[in-house]
Write a protein that binds this ligand. Sequence first.
Ligand code: ATP
Ligand code: MG
Length: 368
Amino acid sequence: MRIQQIRLENFRGYARLHWQPDPLINIITGGNAQGKTNLLEAIFFGFTGHSFRTIRDREMIRWGSPFCRVEINFQSGQQENSTVILLTAEGKKQRKLNANAGRVMDPVLLPVVFTPDHLLMIKGSPAVRRRWLDQEVGPLQPGYLTCLRRYQQVLAQRNKLLQGMRVNQRTRQELEPWNQQLAAFGAKIIAWRCRLLAELSPVVREIYGQIGGRDEKAGLLYLSSLPLERTTGETEICKRFMGELSRRYAEEVARGQTLIGPHRDDLGTTINGQDARRFGSQGQQRTLVLALKLAQLELGRRFAGDYPVVLLDDVFYELDQNRRAQLVEHIRRKTQVFVTTSQSAGEDIAGLSGRVITVREHVLHEGG
Ligand SMILES: Nc1ncnc2c1ncn2[C@@H]1O[C@H](COP(=O)(O)OP(=O)(O)OP(=O)(O)O)[C@@H](O)[C@H]1O
Ligand SMILES: [Mg+2]
């Protein structure tokens, strides 16, 4: 995918911007608070309809303005497309894809974004990794999000019942239909996650090897709250889920909550067989997250026939020069990339070829 034109109106500090980016590598430099991340955010917002840095949409509207507008013209396959989004200070949002109101992008083709916060995918709590699985990986499987929603509804009902069981005399039988539904939806989610991870895993390993060096091997593991061992078939998972619910009945009633299932599962990452969270260096962890994100890109290609664009915010920080060059080379052959860096242009982007754009007070200047 290639973005040909970006038009912004009243987006953060950008009163107006009309920009035709480089079809391959855009290196966006400039001092702090000049508008680098804001530009990536605008691109992300144009495609997804939300920000990667805030859940309060209105923060994106330029202070004192009644609305903001983002328009992006892009090419995907042989097709020319446009996406427009208008957000008003009252919170109304209008979206158009190729002039069709309300139509949205195929989730597989949404930009892949990496910001320093993504390091939490290694260091943070399991909830961060589940969010990645559910929001970025899962949707590659049609039906995933619907199934997840049903699972969450059943989970909420079942937890309510478990809490009720602590105080009044409800019978174990009342739990039975909820157990069955929980296990059925839960097993599907786990089986899908395992399958997608199995697709991602060799790609992550390959990309990690390219950026981090051949003698470092990255690995992914699905860490389940269920005793799965190596089982990944939905029927077998469902059976084990039911068995485990029955085994842990007393404990669940005592705690008043469902203790097993995909909402308690985690993703483990390793480098040369060691837990990356505990033993990885900052640079290794950063490379690993990048590999996870770039592997998503490959899946986009596999599932939708095209690579989404890549937005890399402050990613060079903590990567040595060799890793930086490898990273840019890796993407160059595939898709368009927008990468920001606040460090002094000379040393930071030495050895990288790409179009350098300097941002000063939300105005773009060609060159370093
Ligand atoms: N709604 C808004 N309206 C106007 N200006 C805004 C708005 N939101 C943020 N800004 C301005 O944008 C600036 C931040 O821009 P941005 O995050 O793009 O900086 P950056 O160039 O990425 O800097 P750094 O190198 O520190 O990451 C803020 O300092 C603020 O002045
Ligand atoms: Mg920034």
